[in-house]
Design a protein. Structure first.
Length: 114
């Protein structure tokens, strides 16, 4: 049973930065593709970025050039560095495997506002 604990969210002004962290357990982390997803109020959860077991990365167009996903297999951790944040990035951010299998963590709230 996968367990995921996200952290690092907060309130930031437009143009600011945040680094999200996620620690996973209950899975063979090093062989899994991992991803960050987000869900804004009134919207469906969407895939933001993913990283394969071989460190290949993919991003949704809206965050390309601003967000960077990375992983540390020794810590079973995946990170999302978010720069040049915009109000439309406001959402609850979740990490999970890609494709997602099993329950979700509690997520971490990111609010971009002046």
């Amino acid at each position: 049973q996968v367990q995921l604990v996200e952290s690092g969210g907060g309130l930031v002004q437009p143009g600011g930065s945040l680094r999200l962290s996620c620690v996973a357990s209950g899975i063979d982390f090093s062989i899994k593709s991992m991803a960050w997803y987000r869900q804004a109020p009134g919207k469906e959860r969407e895939l933001v970025a993913r990283i394969t077991s071989t460190y290949y990365t993919l991003y949704v167009d809206s965050v390309k050039g601003r967000f960077t996903i990375s992983r540390d297999n020794g810590k079973n951790a995946v990170y999302l560095q978010m720069n040049s944040l915009k109000p439309e990035d406001t959402a609850v951010y979740y990490c999970h495997t890609f494709p997602s299998q099993g329950g979700w963590g509690q997520g971490t709230q990111v609010t971009v506002s002046s």
